[in-house]
Design a protein around this ligand. Structure first.
Ligand code: 13P
Length: 255
């Protein structure tokens, strides 16, 4: 049975004190999570060891990183390797977020290398895809997202793919307050699952969690998570406030 996951992407927000407080607030309100439900918290790199210590002993709340470098080690000033993340008790790493693709010019080849580094180091990958507004307006989003997925993860074996979660984040919905409708999300998620099924078979596709991201909040999470192919969310702004994030977690628990 595939897992439902709600993942917090704090992006470049919160200092160490604020981060610790937010995690404590989330713990206070966290509902019991069954084995097929999971929460991931992806703070900035600087927070990771602190957050890892706070998460000690929790099996259903996992630690995520927002990025890793595409090479194993060496003279790459300012970068963080997947092996370092593993040593900091990180479980998941977000790769291919649209903000990385746009502001840091991360291309398909670089992202495929990052995916490899993550998997070599036994991290789970949250691989992001999603189209800009002009592609949505031209109604060519299915081909666009399919190409991102093929370039990023189709070099993986079936076994490796078990450690990959896909997050569909339409760029026009990120931080804009304009959420995809549940129908738009379901259509794309079903398309993504069919793309995976065509390459790896239906059983593998059925097992893969596909998360939605883009202005997800407590008021729309239940409707989104009720879609057959939406297995949770990757949450930006609403993950920075405990009450909002808990509202989204509760929607996942009840979905
Ligand atoms: P928002 O939830 O702020 O729209 O951000 C979504 C996102 O980019 C998560 O990775």
């Amino acid at each position: 049975m595939r897992k439902k996951i709600v993942a917090a992407n704090w992006k470049m927000n919160l200092n160490l004190t604020e981060g610790a407080e937010l995690v404590n607030e989330i713990f206070k309100g966290l509902p019991p999570l069954s084995e097929d439900r999971r929460v991931v918290i992806a703070p900035p790199y600087l927070h990771l060891t602190q957050t890892a210590a706070q998460l000690t002993g929790m099996i259903d709340v996992c630690l995520g990183a927002q990025n890793c470098y595409s090479e194993a080690s060496g003279a790459y000033t300012g970068e963080i390797s997947a092996a370092m993340l593993k040593s900091a008790e990180v479980d998941y790493v977000i790769i291919g977020h649209s903000e990385r693709r746009e502001y840091f010019k991360e291309d398909d080849a670089t992202l495929a290398k990052k995916v490899n580094q993550a998997l070599i180091n036994e991290l789970q990958v949250i691989f992001c895809c999603g189209e800009p507004l002009e592609i949505r307006d031209a109604n060519t989003q299915n081909a666009y997202v399919e190409a991102q997925i093929k370039a990023g993860i189709f070099h993986l074996s079936e076994l490796q793919l078990k450690n990959v979660v896909i997050a569909y984040e339409p760029i026009w919905a990120i931080g804009t307050g304009r959420t995809a409708t549940s129908e738009q999300a379901q259509d794309m998620h079903a398309h993504i699952r069919s793309v995976i099924a065509a390459q790896y078979g239906a059983a593998v596709a059925d097992d893969m969690p596909i998360l939605y991201g883009g202005s997800c909040k407590p008021s729309n999470a239940a409707e989104l998570f009720a879609c057959a192919d939406v297995d949770g969310g990757l949450i930006g702004g609403a993950s920075l406030k405990a009450a909002e994030f808990l509202g989204i977690i509760n929607a996942m628990v009840e979905a």
